[in-house]
Ligand binder design. Structure first.
Ligand code: HEM
Length: 217
């Protein structure tokens, strides 16, 4: 499969790094799944008003993170191609479907975001682990949005459709790339810290007063 060959090795799906990142962030993942804006996202009675708040919060978060990712990748001889992975345009498409304005007052985070630093490859991998990993759970969420709310890729659920049938392939491609720091303890630690900071940023943005306003529980 040429997709995987570009990193000159096979993906080590259950590599120590992936296990390290999954274990380090497990508690954050569980906590986030219980957040009022995310809990119930796979249930029939999840309020669409919350979904719209979630999309707006995610837009600001992903825009800030993807700016940092593209800045780092453009200044490094980094083999990773993020081009097909930008998620901010997917969020904008969903937000436009609901006719919301991400820049309207009340839709912009009140607090200054505490962004993870991306100045080395380990930090990049840590941030990407969170963003790319979340597309896996996104598939489950997408099916619920289709079944319970009548949304689809072109009507409000482009972001959670994500890579769609390519989700596993894109994930494996990322894991394959992440193997380039396998065995480098310093970079693996940097990845772990960046992954934890990224999860904390999700919590910060979902807890922001702008996201909490008029949330239905
Ligand atoms: C209600 C919201 C969420 C649900 C229901 C959910 C569900 C899931 C599920 C079922 C998986 C495993 C998928 C698979 O192995 O094929 C997964 C993986 C993952 N999710 Fe979530 N998720 C949610 C929110 C999030 C958020 C907000 C983030 C990021 C901030 C996130 C990050 C991850 C990561 C990094 C993985 C990969 C873990 C690994 O290494 O195996 N998830 N999620």
């Amino acid at each position: 499969m040429t997709f995987l060959n570009k990193y000159q090795q096979q993906p080590n799906i259950d590599s120590d790094l992936r296990t390290l990142l999954r274990n380090a962030t497990h508690t954050y993942h569980v906590q986030l799944n219980q957040h009022p804006l995310l809990a119930g996202l796979t249930k029939p009675d999840y309020p669409l008003a919350n979904y719209r708040k979630l999309l707006l919060a995610y837009f600001h978060l992903y825009q800030a993170l993807e700016d940092q990712i593209s800045q780092f990748i453009s200044t490094q001889s980094c083999e990773f191609d993020y081009t097909a992975r930008y998620k901010t345009p997917w969020l904008l498409k969903d937000i436009a479907f609901f006719k919301d304005d991400p820049h309207a007052s009340g839709n912009v985070p009140c607090l200054v975001m505490v962004l993870p630093e991306i100045t080395d490859i380990g930090q990049l991998i840590g941030v990407l682990y969170v963003l790319e990993g979340s597309t896996l759970g996104g598939q489950l969420i997408f099916r619920s949005l289709v079944n319970y709310h009548g949304l689809n890729h072109n009507e409000g659920a482009c972001f959670f459709n994500g890579y769609s049938e390519h989700a596993q392939l894109m994930w494996q491609d990322f894991l394959c790339f992440s193997d380039i720091i396998f065995g480098d303890d310093a970079q693996c630690q940097a990845a772990k810290i960046a992954a934890c900071q990224t999860f904390q940023l999700f919590k910060q943005i979902l807890d922001d007063p702008a996201s909490q306003e008029k949330v239905h529980s």
